[in-house]
Design a protein around this ligand. Structure first.
Ligand code: MG
Length: 421
């Protein structure tokens, strides 16, 4: 039996009307109009990495092709050790068409089921690769990444400022709070956990004493009364405390109408998170330490979070972040990504935020590294009056300025060194 193709089908079906149309011309026209877009045929030739430390550890990934184009990605938090993993992934990627982003991602993920591909460093390494593939795909096709993710719901991505303060009552606070307001941010965050609090009676256990809870309330009260009334305030407990403490703090902070209380209990304790969420009017936000869509399923099913905050630079990448946002939408849950990376990673997160309906706000965490932040990419500062405008340039739309970024290189590590084999 011969091959049944669009062309043979057209010929067979259209024969009775041969007198009306010139069949070869019609078949050719249909074939042409339904042909794949005349895009460049690319092959991956190499994958290289560079490691920096700014707010934590970041691994930057570059994927090179046989036609001179390269894509760049960034991963963080669980990025220590990902350098070696990314180089292991080369055997699945070199020689492949980089435009098949999801298929390549799945190939690497499934190949690692016995090697830790359920989370942590493995998924973080894969995340850096995935983001580089999207940048490359956008550059090859001449389109911004948000367009490849389905188009945009919005041009401007609302950013909140993580204040990164040791003491929200001291001189650092006096300096930072007016600065955050003057920059035009409409939301900010403070941390509530304090391992050095003298009212902490045990140095291992994280059940907060009354004194610690009073200290947390005093911090929130001070910041809330200092910043503009219409600026949102979020508070982070960093997943350290137990369920008893989480529940008590959430209730104690109800008068301050927080944007959210973040990770009141460890991330793996979904039942405790749900218990707290159902015991308070303070919105509960979590998810920065969960991985891929499977890591979020139970969270949604148990209605354990008011808001989710995947870290796009470690959760699996841009496509995975978008899929999780879509899952959240099915539960009427807004999406507020954790983001502690450079302008490259932040812009990649902005493309995801542009492409989903349920975006709330995105983090920015380089307040203590302003010089690096403003000069990391050749495009300069990407936050204007508290918003990132998603670029229309092909790919992610920002390019690293290596004279600046090398200042943050981790000693003893390579800098996008070519692979010999
Ligand atoms: Mg956090």
């Amino acid at each position: 039996m011969g091959q049944f193709t669009r062309r043979t089908m057209l010929k067979n079906v259209a024969l009775p009307i041969a007198g009306t149309f010139a069949l070869p011309a019609l078949a050719a026209a249909v074939q042409q109009s339904s042909s794949p877009f005349q895009r460049p045929k690319l092959k991956i030739t190499d994958i290289r990495t560079a490691q920096v430390r700014v707010h934590g550890w970041q691994t930057h990934v570059r994927i090179y092709t046989d036609q001179g184009l390269y894509g760049q990605g960034e991963s963080t938090d669980a990025a220590i050790g990902t350098d070696a993993l990314v180089h292991q992934f080369r055997r699945f990627l070199v020689g492949q068409d980089p435009l098949n982003v999801d298929a390549l991602w799945e190939k690497v993920r499934v190949s690692g089921i016995f090697a830790g591909a359920q989370g942590g460093q493995y998924v973080t390494a894969l995340t850096g690769v995935e983001i580089a593939l999207w940048d490359l795909a956008g550059k090859a096709l001449g389109l911004p990444v948000y367009q490849l993710l389905g188009g945009k719901f919005r041009d401007k991505i609302r950013i909140y400022c993580d204040s990164d303060m040791e003491d929200p009552l001291g001189a650092e606070s006096d300096r930072k709070l007016p600065w955050i307001k003057d920059q035009g941010f409409t939301a900010m965050k403070i941390d509530l956990d304090d391992a050095t609090d003298p009212r902490r009676f045990d140095k291992v256990n994280w059940t907060a004493s009354n004194g610690e809870i009073d200290r947390m309330v005093s911090w929130v009260k001070h910041v809330r009364e200092t910043i503009p009334k219409d600026m949102d305030l979020a508070c982070d407990m960093h997943g350290r405390y137990d369920a008893t403490t989480g529940k008590r703090v959430a209730v104690a902070l109800e008068p301050y109408r927080l944007l959210w209380l973040e990770e009141p209990v460890p991330p793996e304790d979904i039942d405790a998170m749900a218990d707290i969420r159902h015991s308070t009017t303070t919105p509960i936000c979590c998810g920065e330490n969960l991985y891929m869509r499977w890591g979020y399923r139970e969270l949604f099913e148990k209605r354990a979070a008011d808001i989710i905050m995947p870290d796009i630079q470690k959760v699996g990448g841009l496509s995975e972040g978008r899929k999780i946002a879509n899952m959240a939408q099915a539960y009427y849950v807004p999406f507020a990504p954790h983001c502690v990376v450079s302008p490259i990673g932040t812009m990649s997160t902005a493309h995801v935020c542009a492409s989903i309906p349920n975006f709330l706000v995105c983090e920015w965490h380089w307040i203590n590294h302003l010089d690096l932040w403003k000069n990391w990419v050749k495009e300069g500062e990407i936050i204007q009056k508290g918003y990132v405008t998603v670029t229309d340039k092909p790919g992610l739309g920002v390019e690293m300025d290596e004279e600046v970024t090398r200042k943050a290189q981790i000693p003893g590590t390579g800098w996008f060194e070519p692979n010999k084999s």
